[in-house]
Design a binder for this molecule. Structure first.
Ligand code: PLP
Length: 374
């Protein structure tokens, strides 16, 4: 029996989501752009899904665009802020996901905008005073791109505070919310943000489908050219079953929020207690007991010959965890996030991330296993 503790990388598909998707993989196979009944059925499903997503996030359906996932959504928002909204300066942080960091680096290399990296506090949170200093330091139109929750250490950003600062300095605000859409309630009507992103596979929905929220006051040009799908914003035949699955997964996550956040948060605390009492020298990266995702626990173990092989040895014991984001799982060069927040080279960081399918018994087995491996 495998123990899966890498839910920040991806989650299992909920059977109810699969049931909702199935008809669009079978009898309702029409192209939403076709005018006859097959097409109309598919169109209806896409527009119904858009309404569901908008209702849950408290946005307008016209503000929701379906994409292939978080990476495409962030690429679109950041590129559009520079090319269409006139941003010549980008403020970001060293601990963003590569979907943001590599996009920003590319824009910098192309000389389309210059980039500033905001300071981080010792607990990994964004230094809001430094953010304000950076915003005040230039007359240039600025894009602030800061993630709502860090996928490796779990730290949560105060989006309202950042949004208010952006408003004050007339900056555009994009937030990578891939780790929070489907995990926290959103009220986009009252959140001062121009772009947010979401990805179905992070909350028991399908892979390869996501959203980009674009505030109604913002007008951008499409990144993908072709047919006029997604109101001319994102060409390509819609991923109908993916879109239906995304909306269903979000609906289920929204309904289960109170229960799931409580039980998953309790598992995280339980694992912290067990690790502290049973393994010498453990510590937690980021702000684990403060403003942090209830589903992510990033643990540092003292570096030894044994702990350097920890992820590999956990895998042999059928325990799935990671060293950071999915692209840094397994044997790797280390995580850019951990390097930015924890300067101790004598530690090995492992991210454990939970879902409602995990149990205390599993945590007990993992801690026991860690005791024997370290
Ligand atoms: N941003 C964050 C914070 C993530 O954790 C991920 C996960 O992979 C992404 C962006 C990319 O999303 P996707 O896999 O949908 O492209």
């Amino acid at each position: 029996m495998r123990i899966y503790l890498d839910n920040a990388a991806t989650t299992s598909l909920d059977p109810e989501v699969l049931d909702a998707m199935m008809p669009y993989l079978t009898e309702h196979f029409g192209n939403p752009s076709s005018i006859y009944s097959y097409g109309r059925e598919a169109r209806l499903a896409v527009e119904q899904a858009r309404k569901t997503v908008a209702r849950i996030l408290h946005a307008h359906p016209a503000e929701i665009f379906f994409t292939s996932g978080g990476t495409e959504s962030s690429n679109t928002a950041i590129t559009a802020a520079v090319r269409d909204l006139g941003c010549k300066h980008i403020i970001t942080s060293a601990i963003e996901h590569h979907a943001t960091l590599h996009t920003v680096e590319y824009i910098d290399q192309q000389d389309e905008a210059r980039v500033s990296y905001v300071k981080l506090l010792p607990n990994g949170h964004v230094d809001l005073e430094d953010l304000e200093k950076l915003l005040a330091s230039t007359e240039e139109k600025t894009l602030v791109t800061l993630m709502h929750a860090n996928n490796e250490i779990g730290n949560l950003l105060d989006m309202d505070a950042v949004g208010r600062l952006c408003k004050l300095y007339n900056a555009i605000f994009h937030s990578d919310t891939v780790q929070t859409v489907g995990h926290y309630p959103f009220n986009l009507r009252n959140t001062p943000v121009h772009f947010i992103t979401g990805s179905g596979h992070k909350f028991h929905g399908p892979k390869g489908v996501g959203i980009l929220y674009i505030n109604e006051n913002v007008r951008i040009r499409p990144l993908v050219h072709g047919g006029g799908q997604e109101r001319n914003m994102r060409a390509g035949t819609e991923n109908v079953y993916g879109i239906v699955g995304f909306a269903k997964a979000l609906e289920l996550a929204d309904a289960r929020y109170e229960t799931d956040s409580r039980t998953i948060g309790a598992l995280k605390r339980y694992m912290q207690e067990q690790l502290l009492s049973k393994i010498a020298g453990v510590s937690f990266n980021g702000d684990a007991n403060g403003s942090s995702l209830y589903a992510v626990l990033n643990v540092s173990f003292p570096k030894t010959e044994k702990s350097e092989m920890l992820l590999f040895n956990l895998d042999i014991q059928h325990i799935c965890a990671s060293g950071g984001s999915a692209c840094t799982s397994g044997a790797d060069a280390g995580s850019h996030v951990i390097r930015a927040v924890n300067h101790n080279p004598n530690q090995i960081a492992v991210r454990f991330s939970f879902s409602r399918h995990n149990t205390r018994e599993e945590i007990d087995r993992v801690v026991e296993c860690l005791q024997s491996l370290l």
